[in-house]
Design a protein around this ligand. Structure first.
Ligand code: NDP
Length: 326
């Protein structure tokens, strides 16, 4: 068929999200889910085809774009440079400080192979990055703000669960609304870490554990909590399962600037996401379409969201887009 043939590498939250996003895009077709684990262990979950990553060798001519759904900490630094030697790829590498280095590695592979590798897309990095760039280019005199949340932070939730006496828990990052309102009204405050976000922890304590000691240990934890106003609320296992199993997230990118003599101009972009991985997956799928088309046109090398014109994301033709959306 004429559909764009997609392979998924890694079956975690993001991998599951990509499966469902492909189902919403009739111009795409899922060839298979490639995992490092034993493929048979997934049975026929969701009617999907599970294969081992080592099988990808035989799929070079049967897959147009591989969507890499591994974690940024240890999976993508290996998988990005490796798979872009044989496939067009898309990933959501989000360790901001290491993006320049990652770009160079993936770019070497993709240029040599004549493939396109879209790196670090999603919402941040990704859609937020585009909005920061646009706002800064248009309002050259101004102040920028990015706020995250309300949302679950995986790293901080893991940190809570490592505290002695803790059975389970989840951490939400919450933007301070009063500050956002000030910015929306045209003020440009200089903000410390503590003034921008709060951290809310919901914790299940082990039986007999000292709750006050757990609270102290969490709120004073360096790097994670000590620089923030942190609340700790103890809940039951049942409540944790019932009320905290979703992965919501979102945030705001705001630039407040001036033009002319002193005319205030404010640009704001926001996302409110009930599922971070499902949304991120939808962004990856739109960029997979772009990777495919760019490569068809002869492009190669690593690309970020800054390098890709928006029309490439849409299944519609350029003429249709001019007519309907311009
Ligand atoms: P997961 O931890 O759910 O999955 C990562 C990998 O771990 C999977 O690809 C899978 O590989 C393996 N895995 C998953 N579940 C299990 C399990 N039960 N046992 C053993 N291995 C498992 O991470 P997410 O999908 O939630 O997130 C992936 C990355 O997406 C994050 O690291 C983050 O960097 C990025 N991200 C980026 C965003 C952006 O805006 N740019 C937003 C959100 C996330 P395999 O199948 O090969 O074993």
């Amino acid at each position: 068929s004429a559909a764009i043939k997609i392979g998924i590498v890694g079956y975690g939250n993001l991998g599951r999200g990509v499966v469902s996003a492909i189902g919403q895009n009739p111009d795409m077709e899922l060839v298979g889910v490639f995992t490092r684990r034993e493929p048979a262990s997934f049975g026929s979950e969701g009617g999907l085809t599970f294969l081992h990553v080592s099988d990808l060798e035989g799929y070079k001519d049967r897959i147009d774009v591989l969507i890499l759904c591994g974690g940024s900490a240890t999976d993508l630094p290996e998988q990005g440079p490796f798979f872009s030697k044989s496939f067009n790829t898309v990933d959501s590498f989000d360790t901001h400080a290491k993006i320049p280095e990652y770009f160079e590695q993936v770019n070497d592979s993709a240029l040599t192979a004549g493939k396109v590798a879209v790196i670090s897309t999603g919402w941040d990095p990704g859609l937020f990055s585009i909005n920061r760039l646009m706002a800064e280019s248009i309002l050259s005199e101004g102040t920028d703000y990015t706020f995250w949340g309300k949302g679950v932070s995986q790293g901080h939730s893991d940190a809570i669960r490592r505290v002695q006496g803790v059975k389970g828990g989840v951490q939400y990052t919450v933007p301070v609304n009063e500050v956002i309102d000030q910015i929306r009204q045209g003020q440009t405050p200089e903000l410390s870490t503590r003034q921008k976000h709060l951290r809310q922890c919901f914790v299940v304590a082990q039986e007999g554990a000292d709750q006050e000691q757990i609270r102290q240990e969490i709120v004073s934890m360096p790097n994670y909590f000590s620089d923030y106003d942190t609340t700790v609320t103890f809940i039951s296992e049942e409540e944790l399962r019932r009320d905290h199993s979703q992965m919501p997230h979102g945030g705001f990118v705001i630039r407040s600037g001036v033009t002319g003599t002193n005319t205030r101009q404010i640009i704001e972009y926001s996302l409110k996401l009930e599922s971070n991985p499902e949304f991120t997956a939808s962004v990856l799928v739109a960029y997979a379409r772009a990777a495919y088309r760019l490569n068809k046109e002869g492009a190669s090398g690593a690309k970020t969201v800054f390098d890709i014109a928006p029309g490439y994301l849409s299944p519609k033709s350029a003429a249709q887009l001019r007519k309907e959306l311009l």
